[in-house]
Design a protein around this ligand. Structure first.
Ligand SMILES: NC(=O)c1ccc[n+]([C@@H]2O[C@H](COP(=O)([O-])OP(=O)(O)OC[C@H]3O[C@@H](n4cnc5c(N)ncnc54)[C@H](O)[C@@H]3O)[C@@H](O)[C@H]2O)c1
Length: 269
């Protein structure tokens, strides 16, 4: 077999079904289209039906397979019925990407209880409940890969993101629990923690002159990330290429946590 074919086989998602929450968002759209591009059938889940339909169309235009499912990760009943519907439609669920997420930037003392509850419910409880509903399919199949979307804030906290950061640290913690408890079912769980990716969630920051400069100063590669920058690691974790990788956090941050832009130093080149 040629190197090309061997690599293609190793990373292929042909025949695999991906349940993707937050699929209508910036990162969700980029990754869902990319996963479909390497052969997966993608069950696109979100609360935004219009945008979901656009993603489905983009996938189908490129010859891929996708379906639209209205799933509110805050509502346990809709999670149950939606996962059941996807299970019936495809017969199996091989990969779960927990990507739905929200944030509201405000100081620790300014956060109202309702805001705290909402961010916790979407970002953390949502991951918990969706995982609980999908895992039995993977247990029955004796295989599965869960990809939880964390954040830069699991390691390096930005001000005004206290609740969000707590949910994302919690997601990494869930990832490790899932890896440890479900390895016996051949289910792997890993976390992708994006740095500063340009999407609708972060447009407000990237359009702000001071905040965008603050971020660029802290990114070694001196540019925002784009959803496509996350695709390589997502395909790796979804595919059999990562058959012995579980419980890990992968940062896609252009060298943010590494230290960002260097300070001025003497050099001969
Ligand atoms: N953009 C970044 O720089 C960045 C950095 C770190 C982590 N993240 C994480 O990546 C994920 C995607 O972020 P994004 O930048 O694409 O944001 P986005 O706002 O573009 O997408 C988020 C998606 O989640 C959906 N969603 C919100 N509440 C929901 C609910 N109750 N049920 C189901 N779906 C719901 C939204 O409709 C939206 O489509 C989030 O978990 C976010 O925390 C993003």
């Amino acid at each position: 077999m040629s190197i090309g074919l061997s690599l293609e086989k190793l990373f292929s998602l042909e025949g695999k079904v991906v349940l993707f929450t937050g699929a209508a968002g910036g990162i969700g759209r980029g990754l869902a289209v990319g996963l479909a591009g390497v052969g997966a059938a993608v069950a696109l889940c979100d609360i935004d039906e219009e945008k979901l339909k656009e993603v489905k169309e983009e996938i189908e235009t490129q010859g891929g397979r996708a379906s639209v499912h209205i799933l509110n990760v805050m509502d346990h009943d809709t999670i149950k019925s939606c996962v059941e519907e996807i299970g019936k439609t495809y017969g199996h669920i091989d990969v779960l990407v927990n990507c739905a997420g929200i944030n509201k930037r405000e100081g620790f003392m300014d956060v109202e209880e309702a805001t705290y509850d909402r961010i916790m419910a979407v970002n953390l409880k949502g991951v918990f409940l969706v995982s609980q509903e999908v895992a039995p399919y993977m247990m029955k199949q004796n295989s599965g890969s869960i990809i939880n979307i964390g954040s830069h804030n699991t390691g390096w906290v930005l001000g005004g993101c206290s609740v969000y950061a707590a949910t994302k640290s919690g997601i990494y913690s869930f990832t490790k629990s899932q890896a440890v408890e479900w390895a016996k079912y051949n289910i792997r769980s890993n976390c992708i923690s994006p740095g500063h990716i340009q999407t609708p969630l972060t447009t407000v920051t990237w359009e702000h002159p001071e905040r965008s400069k603050y971020l660029l100063d802290r990114i070694a590669m001196n540019r925002p990330g784009y959803p496509e920058d996350m695709l390589g690691v997502c395909v790796l974790l979804a595919s059999d290429a990562s058959s012995y990788i579980t419980g890990c956090e992968y940062r896609v941050d252009g060298g943010c946590i590494a230290g960002g832009q260097p300070w001025p130093y003497d050099t001969k080149y």
